[in-house]
Write a protein that binds this ligand. Structure first.
Ligand SMILES: C[S@@+](CC[C@H](N)C(=O)[O-])C[C@H]1O[C@@H](n2cnc3c(N)ncnc32)[C@H](O)[C@@H]1O
Length: 281
């Protein structure tokens, strides 16, 4: 919580173009107080939160690392309200890769980032992983919990916005499908540094991301919170990790009822030290 608050207040302060000193002055505090918050040494007194939220024009939920409760920031919120599972209940093929690469022969902690209605998170839990999963959609999380309950497994499903949420404990496996395009370009380096930092040695990231191609028309769904990625960009954040697998595919999609195409980079990266890699060559 302290670390998330530290990052969020620092980002919000810079977006408002305020120095630590200016913010401290507005709150009637010394600049060291703000500096300590941003270094995750201390948290402000709870009574200061409304004033900080007002000055920085950002909700207290957001400052604390949780998505605002009432804001509809995903086009899927309505789709997830129905009984049917919009994305089905069959796991993504990449889930089987996780089983191959890191079978749960010991306790392995996995995080599904942007879990939607939970088909992948529940698959992992059924296979014996210790699963946490987050999404910004309440309806999606509700369905994730229901699917887990039906399968008789536990998934720690919680609400968070990928832009605000940062890891503060270690995982063995990070998994994300169809979600990373919600990360603004200017946040990417920091977010991937955080994901890598909190991944155990030997752990893996199994990610895919939509990429822009000049020969593919933009998708019919208009998503104001989505941002373009280009080929190779995801891999660039993993120069210091072993890329165990990567490919780029073009596929047909009918998600909005209008047939269209997507291009996607798929990547599996492993937290292996370069020296170990050299030893293997
Ligand atoms: C294409 S769906 C993929 C869902 C799931 N990963 C799957 O493959 O079934 C994208 C998901 O990202 C979630 N999402 C959108 N914006 C988000 C954000 N800012 N933070 C976290 N999740 C977000 C949506 O609610 C949606 O469930």
């Amino acid at each position: 919580m302290k670390e998330q608050f530290a990052r969020n207040i620092s980002i919000a302060r810079k977006e408002k173009r305020l120095t630590q000193e200016e913010l401290a002055h507005m709150l009637g505090l010394s600049f060291q107080a703000v500096s300590k918050w941003e270094n995750a040494q201390t948290m402000p007194d709870i009574s200061l939160l409304p004033e900080i939220s007002r000055i920085l024009d950002v909700s207290i939920d957001k400052l604390l690392g949780y998505a605002a409760q009432n804001k509809r920031i995903t086009i899927y919120e309505d789709e997830y309200q129905t009984q049917d599972y919009y994305w089905g209940t069959e796991p993504n093929k990449a889930c089987y890769k996780v089983l191959e690469l890191m079978p749960p022969t010991k306790r392995l902690k996995l995080l599904d980032i942007g879990c939607g209605e939970g088909k992948d998170a529940v698959f992992f839990a059924r296979n014996g992983y210790e699963v946490s999963a987050f999404d910004v959609s309440d309806a999606g999380l509700e369905k994730t919990r229901r699917l887990a309950e039906q399968a008789g497994v536990r998934v720690n499903a919680f609400k968070a916005d990928i832009l605000d949420y940062r890891l503060d404990s270690h995982y063995d496996i990070l998994f994300s499908s169809g979600v990373l395009h919600y990360i603004k370009p200017e946040y990417r380096q920091e977010i991937f540094d955080n994901y890598k930092h909190y991944t155990n040695a030997g752990g893996i990231h199994v990610f895919n991301v939509f990429v822009q191609k000049p020969f593919i028309a933009p998708p019919p769904e208009k998503e104001p919170n989505a941002f373009a990625w280009h080929s190779g960009e995801l891999l660039a954040y993993y120069r210091d990790w072993l890329i165990a697998d990567s490919s780029e595919i073009v596929f047909d999609c009918n998600s909005s009822g209008i047939p269209h195409k997507h291009a996607m980079t798929k990547m599996i990266a492993r937290n292996e030290l370069p020296t170990i890699r050299r030893g293997r060559l």
